[in-house]
Design a protein around this ligand. Structure first.
Ligand SMILES: Nc1nc2c(c(=O)[nH]1)N=C([C@H](O)[C@H](O)COP(=O)(O)OP(=O)(O)OP(=O)(O)O)CN2
Ligand code: ZN
Length: 164
């Protein structure tokens, strides 16, 4: 009797060790890009409505009055994602070094909103980019997912199997 009671208590404690809460929010941005050296239509400048979904996690919840029972207020998480995403809104995203300097200068001279990135602007690279940005903001990020089209998405996670 006592043995089975202790066993069930230990079982609960063991399960709680791995218990974690998740929170997810998203924001979208519209921008143009192209994939340099791509063999196909994506080598041309084209646009997407990029959808960015960030999932954060925490083993505990706040206990302060206003935030009681929350990892973080959804409105804060949403605002923080929006701030990152808005940087690219209505921009022409260009991988550094992928255009002739004279072309880049001409675009900038036209006062277009040009954003240069030091990675190939694929959904995969953007998922890591947003994962890193949200981590820098202090979130414990589980994953970042970027939809390039309604049917195509990439996600980035670190240690998805919990080996670290
Ligand atoms: N693994 C990846 N593959 C591709 C990426 C990417 O980010 N990761 N990106 C592209 C292009 O940017 C392109 O916009 C995607 O085009 P496509 O798959 O053709 O999507 P559409 O829905 O526009 O396709 P339709 O055939 O026009 O319906 C390519 N690959
Ligand atoms: Zn594209």
């Amino acid at each position: 009797m006592l043995q089975s009671f202790l066993f069930s208590k230990l079982n609960i404690i063991e399960r709680m060790k791995y218990a974690v809460y998740y929170l997810k929010s998203e924001h979208s941005f519209d921008s143009a890009h192209f994939l340099a050296n791509y063999e196909g239509k994506c080598r041309h400048i084209h646009g997407h409505r990029w959808r960015v979904i960030v999932e954060i996690m925490s083993p505990t919840l706040n206990t302060d009055e206003a935030l009681d029972g929350m990892i973080v207020d959804f409105s804060k998480l949403k605002k923080d994602i929006k701030a990152e995403v808005d940087f690219f809104d209505h921009a022409l995203i260009i991988e550094k070094g992928s255009l002739k300097p004279s072309t880049l200068t001409a675009l900038i001279d036209e006062a277009f909103h040009v954003v240069e990135v030091d990675f190939r602007p694929t959904a995969e690279r953007f998922s890591k980019y947003f994962y890193d940005r949200m981590t820098l903001k202090g979130y414990q990020v589980k994953s970042a997912t970027v939809y390039e089209t309604p049917a195509n998405a990439a996600s980035y996670e670190e240690d998805p199997h919990g080996t670290v």
